[in-house]
Design a protein around this ligand. Structure first.
Ligand code: SF4
Length: 172
């Protein structure tokens, strides 16, 4: 829900959605029309359709559970590398890297400088190499939060940042 959508808009819809579909089972039984209506007015209407498809695939092929391996997650339509990493590290507490818009920006600025134009491949490798083993949940959350609240796209708050001593872009 948070992809391309602000947190304030997501929170009430997230609660409403979970109230309606508290389990993969209930989501898998919903019609396409029902899930689209339940999603309104968030936009990007392919998302509820894909969530329903994922719920149905989990019921059919994974004994009613979202799988916990990268390969199985990526085989589900609608799940890309970022979502797979988020599911593995946040839901299953596995050592899996993530790379969303905020994390991309933080890694680029800290390690390469604000004007660098690294490939996604290089940033994924960096995100993986940095992971402190056994602490991916906290590490990934911290990276995302830093990008969302301190190292923002416009007007980064370098004065409040804990990374000034190691950041290649400081001061920005
Ligand atoms: S010092 Fe500034 S540019 Fe570097 S990570 Fe912190 S907020 Fe971002």
């Amino acid at each position: 829900m948070l992809q391309q959508t602000q947190v304030e808009r997501v929170v009430p819809k997230y609660e409403e959605w979970l109230g309606k579909y508290p389990s993969l089972e209930s989501l898998s039984r919903a019609t396409l029309r029902e899930v689209r209506e339940a999603w309104y007015p968030l936009g990007y209407n392919i998302r509820p359709v894909r969530l329903r498809a994922i719920a149905r695939a989990a019921i059919r092929r994974h004994r009613g559970k979202i799988p916990d391996t990268r390969e199985e997650l990526l085989a589900m339509k609608g799940i890309g590398p970022y979502t797979a990493g988020a599911v593995l590290s946040f839901a299953y507490r596995k050592d899996a890297p993530i790379l969303d818009t905020n994390v991309r920006r933080v890694l680029r600025r800290v390690f390469l400088g604000d004007r660098a134009t690294p490939t996604d491949r290089a940033l994924w490798a960096l995100s993986e190499a940095l992971l402190p083993r056994g602490q991916a949940y906290d590490f990934n959350q911290a990276l995302m939060d830093l990008g969302a609240t301190v190292c923002t796209a416009r007007k980064p708050r370098c004065g409040a940042c804990p990374l000034t001593k190691v950041c290649a872009s400081y001061p920005l």
